[in-house]
Design a protein around this ligand. Structure first.
Ligand SMILES: *Cc1c(COP(=O)(O)O)cnc(C)c1O
Length: 401
């Protein structure tokens, strides 16, 4: 690893193969994967349908330029539009690229229909939209932007959930509002009641596009193909990536026909929508668009969340957030969260510690009910051990004697 640039704080484990919800390393250890490549291995590891699709497509055609027709792109786009409120899809290779495409589309649309003054994009505190300059500027987290300035002009930020602040910042200059219906990286924060509706109204009033960044919440993660489908609010544009390819790098921008403002020469990507990526997406969508499959995701999510909520009652200040199989357990205390996290790792359950106090659980959507219960047992053990360690540490020595 000496030659790899150290852009990640890595844990000292090295999985080299996987099957279903399990990861294996070369030393005989196995791990129950409750983070799934950060909500990316939607079908778990080595899912037969995904493996077969990639295998078969790789023998036929791996890459073919967008100079030519790529029929499987049309097929996959049709699957996405049939299952959503959108009409047009642009394919790229990652989440941040889907956000770039969305920001470019919004500005192009505003420019063409209103003029260059209408170019501002409003995003929210604690958001995460990726690491390229557009996505990073949209990401309203000073810690991530620090040292990389100047950011892109024309992007403004309001506190997440604060409709009044958003109202102050939106006007004739606004081209788009970009928001995650559930903030993933920011700590699994669900948009508060009425917030998304309010943003929809603001956009309608000012002729701005409402863009949902569903890179993390999409592809079935919340028990709906896209999280917006359970909010009663339909955005104009949506971004998707992470779980969409089940681990194969791919991103997508979905837009309603009237806002599909990117034309020939406006935007592009060498790899975007390449046949191998499309075969992966087709296989994933074949599984996750099934209503029975989504219902089971909601069921397993409810089991997970209910059990964690019970557990949270034992921990002062703890809170459980999220939807479907994207759950954040905020322990309210960094030491406690660290202890629980370490316990899970030691016991072979992979979760993710974020923002100091929140543990994120995002297992493969194919996780079994038994595996959910197993992870919960480990989690419970971790919380009880952490609580008693804290209690022991805070009981005065005299009381112990
Ligand atoms: C992960 C994420 C991104 C960035 O995706 P990459 O594939 O890492 O570029 C953007 N938006 C959201 C909401 C994400 O969770």
């Amino acid at each position: 690893m000496q030659a790899v640039m150290e852009t990640y704080k890595r844990l000292g484990i090295a999985p080299t193969s996987g099957k279903g919800s399990w990861l294996f390393d070369d030393e005989g250890n196995r791990y129950l994967d409750f983070i799934a490549g950060i909500a990316t291995n939607s079908l778990g590891h080595a899912h037969p349908a995904l493996v077969q699709a990639i295998q078969e497509q790789s023998e036929k055609l791996i890459h073919c330029s967008n100079l030519y027709e790529v029929p499987i792109q049309g097929e996959v786009a049709a699957m996405l539009t049939a299952a959503t409120d959108f009409d047009r899809v642009f394919f790229c290779n990652s989440g941040t690229e889907s956000v770039e495409a969305a920001m470019k589309l919004a500005r192009k649309y505003a420019h063409a229909n209103h003029g260059p003054h209408k170019h501002e994009i409003l995003t929210f505190s604690k958001s995460f939209h990726g690491r390229t300059y557009g996505g990073l500027t949209a990401t309203a987290q000073p810690a991530l932007q620090s040292g990389f300035g100047p950011m892109l002009p024309g992007v403004v930020h309001a506190p997440f959930g604060d409709l009044e602040a958003a109202n102050e910042l939106v006007g004739p200059q606004t081209a788009a509002i970009l928001v995650e219906p559930i903030q993933g990286e920011g700590g699994v924060h669900v948009a508060p009641e009425g917030f998304l509706e309010g943003l929809r109204e603001l956009c309608d009033r000012h002729g701005a596009l409402l863009i949902f960044d569903e890179v993390q919440t999409g592809a079935g993660r919340t028990g709906h193909l896209y999280a917006y489908q359970n909010t009663g609010v339909v955005p104009d544009v949506l971004t998707s990536a992470k779980g969409l390819g089940g681990g194969f790098p791919v991103g997508a921008l979905l837009a309603k026909e009237e806002y599909a403002a990117l034309g020939p020469g406006n935007h592009g990507s060498t790899f975007g929508g390449n046949p191998l990526a499309m075969a992966a997406v087709k296989a994933v969508l074949g599984v996750v668009t099934d209503p029975t499959f989504l219902e089971e995701v909601r069921f397993k999510g409810a089991v997970l969340k209910n059990a964690l909520e019970k557990l949270a009652e034992r921990v002062p200040g703890a809170e459980v957030r999220g939807e479907g199989l994207l759950v954040g357990f905020d322990l309210g205390d960094p030491d406690l969260a660290r202890e629980v996290f370490e316990h899970c790792l030691k016991e072979g359950v992979l979760v993710n510690l974020m923002g100091g106090t929140t543990i994120r659980l995002a297992p493969p959507l194919t996780v079994t009910r038994t595996e959910v219960r197993a992870a919960l047992d480990t989690f419970r053990g971790g919380v009880y051990a952490a609580i008693s360690a804290v209690e022991a540490a805070t009981i005065p020595a005299a009381a112990v004697a």
